[in-house]
Design a protein around this ligand. Structure first.
Ligand code: VG1
Ligand code: CO
Length: 543
């Protein structure tokens, strides 16, 4: 073994959450903190000798020094080759693609996604396997176990190479290949979609706006949307990735992407608007005076995917996370394909995609993707939407209206209560869990609870079971309340309340989901005792 062995002691709480280990930069920057977790990955995953690994991140503060450390530790742990994006940059879906395309044994992705960055912001790290997807729970459990018994880590004495120069380099005996972050990803997109048709639509006057939120998608969107598809210069805004995302949350929701929403409701609105998050795996899409809610987007993409070349043969199945609205289920039923309901987090789609059971999948949290990689993919969703608009000749508003007319509408909303006292949040969940058996049959005005349970998932491919994945309260006739604690927050607890109700004829029920869901929202407050238990009168973020 090369390099030096450094002795260390375990840190508490290095437990990966929904999408890897996420903590404040100040936590990650402590001596040995990052190193312990990286060594624990190598210990738990047991990569074969001379393995290759893809390494990259979303460019947030601490990205480059962290990648330097990872490269030196990879060299000292017998890895044969690291493939890294220039400047340490890779969007999460681009990293997934590189792992697959290069036949790498896995990858290490640095991101805290939509969480703020900078010295006072958040940082994150996760391991993806050879399929390009986030490691399964059994693997992240093993990594956590390794963090709890670690006593030393290995690190190469030689420095990591300069990551700004594309080409071959070395760190000790290990090869380091520095690649353009965009090239392979763009080639993949061109293989999936009808670029000529989209370019033709843009040439004939179709206008778009993409907000990269000063995060990783800037260079990708610029190369693809402006330089290849011909969108007017300036169509991509906030295109320079910044270590602190310009001081904003790179979270594409109505709160943090407010300027984009305002534009799409103004008299100068372009035909299409979109934004992505810190690491490029999330998306929101809008039309003139039109917002496509993420759960609806999954359903509409599934219903129209055949209009894009890669999906012309149809989809084999659809998957959604449990809290995601059931809109996609109606499309699956109409298409005669299976629908799978998984726990929150992309790792649960991996087996279904690998096994060919699904083609397309998504979450209510602005994530959609397909079997082209093993992560959700923001620009992919944008391009699929553009392909659908170009091929159908319909506006975003018409696609949405037609979809609701055909399938009905699942009114849906998520209410987030952020930085709640962790004991209070856990108390609320424990109390609710204890009362689950008594909830069935209880009446609240016109609404009667049919079933109430704590969601447990059995993976249909490998039979593994994941319990305690969120409380579901289902009412007669279909309305639904879901309550769960976030696994990505870094301050106290984030409590998420998901609310849903189906209407076959939405024309009669107005446009505003908050109004359509008002009775359910009220009942959710009553059942969870949220205000009494947390002191919160209203959510911090409504999506
Ligand atoms: C949130 C979302 C979840 C998503 C996860 C990672 O998790 O709800 O749907 O998969 O973030 O997204 P949680 O546990 O906070 O609810 V991202 O863009 O990291 O990579
Ligand atoms: Co993300």
């Amino acid at each position: 073994m090369a390099g030096t062995e450094i002795s260390t002691k375990p840190f508490e709480g290095q437990k990966p959450g929904t999408s890897g280990l996420r903590k404040k930069v100040s936590v990650f920057a402590q001596p040995h903190y990052l190193e312990n977790f990286v060594q624990s990955i190598f210990t738990a995953v047991k990569l074969p000798a001379e393995s290759s690994l893809v390494v990259g991140g979303d460019g947030r503060y601490f990205n480059e020094p962290a990648i330097g450390t990872i490269i030196r530790m990879a060299a000292a742990n017998g890895i044969g080759r690291v493939i890294v994006g220039q400047g340490g940059i890779l969007s999460t879906p681009a990293a997934s693609n590189l792992i697959r395309k290069r036949g790498a044994n896995g990858g290490i992705i640095l991101s805290a996604s939509h969480n703020p960055g900078g010295p006072d912001g958040d940082f994150g790290i996760k391991f993806n396997g050879a399929n390009g997807g986030p490691a399964a729970e059994s693997v992240t459990d093993a990594i956590f176990a390794a963090t709890q018994s670690i006593s030393g880590y290995r690190i190469e004495d030689a420095p990591a190479p300069n990551l700004n120069r594309i080409g071959q380099a070395r760190c000790g005996d290990m090869r380091v290949e520095i690649v353009d972050p965009v090239t392979d990803y763009q080639a993949l997109m061109e293989s999936l979609f009808d670029f000529d048709r989209i370019a033709g639509m843009i040439k004939s006057g179709f206008r778009l706006r993409f907000d990269a939120m000063h995060a990783v998608t800037g260079p990708y969107a610029l190369a693809i949307l402006e330089e290849t598809l011909g969108a007017a210069p300036g169509s991509v805004i906030n295109k320079v990735p910044l270590p602190d995302f310009g001081g904003h949350h790179p979270d594409p929701n109505p709160v943090h992407a407010k300027a984009l929403f305002d534009l799409m409701w103004s008299c100068n609105a372009p035909d299409f608007g979109a934004a992505s998050d810190g690491d490029g795996d999330r998306n929101i899409v809008l039309g003139q005076n039109t917002y496509i809610a993420p759960s609806d987007s999954l359903a509409m993409l599934a219903a129209n995917a055949h209009l894009a070349p890669a999906y012309a043969g149809g989809v084999t199945g659809i998957a959604r996370s449990m809290p995601t609205s059931c809109a996609a289920d109606r499309v699956a039923a109409a298409l005669g394909v299976p629908v799978f309901e998984t726990p929150t987090g992309w790792k649960f789609f991996g087996n279904l995609l690998d096994d060919g059971r699904i083609t397309i999948c998504g979450e209510e949290s602005a994530g959609t993707g397909s079997n082209h990689v093993r992560e959700k993919d923001g620009l992919w969703a944008v391009l699929l939407w553009l392909n659908i608009v170009a091929a159908s000749g319909k506006s975003m508003a018409d696609i949405q209206a037609d979809h609701w007319r055909q399938y009905g509408r699942n009114y849906y909303s998520r209410h987030d209560y952020e930085a709640v006292d962790a004991d209070q949040a856990n108390g609320l969940m424990d109390n609710l869990r204890a009362r689950l058996p008594d909830l069935a049959g209880r009446r609240f005005g016109d609404y009667t609870i049919l079933t109430a349970d704590d969601f447990a998932y059995t993976d249909p491919v490998d039979g593994s079971v994941s319990a305690n994945q969120g409380i579901r309260i289902l009412f007669e006739g279909g309305p639904r309340i879901v309550v769960r604690l976030s696994g990505t927050g870094t301050e106290g607890a984030t409590l998420r309340l998901y609310l849903e109700r189906y209407e076959p004829d939405p024309a009669e029920h107005g446009h505003d989901p908050q109004a359509a869901l008002a009775p359910i929202i009220h009942i959710a407050g009553e059942i969870t005792e949220l205000t009494a238990r947390t002191g919160r009168a209203r959510p911090d973020v409504i999506t």
